[in-house]
Design a protein around this ligand. Sequence first.
Ligand code: SF4
Length: 492
Amino acid sequence: MKRGNFFCEGKTCRGSDGQGAGIGPKKLKEACGVCGGFSRGEDLPYLTCFALYALQHRGQESAGIAVGGAGEEKIWLKRGMGLVSEVFPSTDLLRERRGSVTVGHVRYSYGGEGWRPENAQPLLLKYRHGEIAIAHNGLLLNGPQLREELEERGAIFQTGSDSELLAHLVARQGSPDLEEALSEVVPRLAGAFAFVLTDGKKVIGLRDRHGFRPLSLAALGREGYFLASETCAFDTIRAQFLRDVEPGEMVVLDQNGLRSRRIMPAEQPSLCIFEFIYLARPDSNIHGVNVHLARRELGRTLAREHPAAADIVTGVPDSSIAAASGYAEEAGLPYEMALVKNRYIGRTFIRPSQKLREEGVDLKLNAVQKIVEGKRVVIVDDSIVRGTTSRKLVRMVRRAGAREVHLRISSPPIIASCFYGINTPSQEELIAYGRTPAAVAEMVGADSIGFLSHAGMISSVGLSGETLCQACFTARYPVPVPGARAWDVRSS
Ligand code: SF4
């Protein structure tokens, strides 16, 4: 697969839309949410379902829960295509389960994998020492090589998933002790991953040595523990946040409580900064930073860096509203809800024809004529990927009567693809790649455009820039990608 200046082969390195030019994501897309826990309380299976509801924004294509441990002879699994509410239309099924360990997953598949039911997770695999249920968030850079190696040694893969790869590695390692097996094989994995898995007795959480994808730990009830991609899941099930799982750490939850061991040396921390800009839910805290407050600060900084002579400020619902309110506060301009989102457009929404698309017909968003008529409008958006949405928005707001439309983006220009688990188009398809902001403004039809600076982004989030991956803004990759430049943080 050729992606801009970068080359990836095999199924695993598949950050491109994989569907051909022009139909890929308009926004960067998250690639899964994981959770799971250990508890003797009988509520664990359906609490896991509630946690998945809280993580639904991280993936809407499939959902699943595996239940094992006390009361379950074997690992029970229910997974399917669709939203959590579609796969688990009632909690009755889960109330019947009596297990003490669970693993849950919501999935956003890469286009290349398509909507294949067998790729829904958790994956449940049998091997000579028992069963393993695995849920994964991320992308393994050396997945294709490992897969080829295993296939040459006779392994037969049922899915295109990295989770199955891990199961094969564990099975071949030979140890009946899952912790031992993982300690040995996980250091062979390169790239971005947060795994939650179970052998039916214990639940294990793993984070890659750079910590690209988030994974947090909470106390559940009097003696249970729970892991989730985001802390908003803990609030939903009344679990008490304890800490983030460290890069390179393996945590084990079982009847003996909580154990932790570092199975890989921690390397340059590289949490994905896009979690703060767009991906995570506003009520989540990541590395101690609240996502909503970070977004509002991004907007405030943006207003200082790129003021606009305007009458009103509006945000693109939902993820840009916090940044837009910060922009309006800092600029001393009124915030108006000039864009309204239709929340009832499901995944089955049939895209309008090219003609309707070009005319700007959009079922998802509408501009409020009475608010924008005759006004100079600032539209704050969190990012621009291809520019398709921005072009449509500008046209929509103008058509509703705006006198001027000024775009303000609460992140720097995206100039490079992601290879760490976030679905992005190829570099050439990114509107900001190789273009000045003025050229981007012209392409989307805005009167002006302003992108947040790198320094402004880092100071707004409030974490050290050296602990964050920003590769889609800099093309400097913390973990070398074939054909891309390695990022030596210490010299940058
Ligand atoms: S390249 Fe961008 S989207 Fe991918 S992990 Fe890094 S910051 Fe996140």
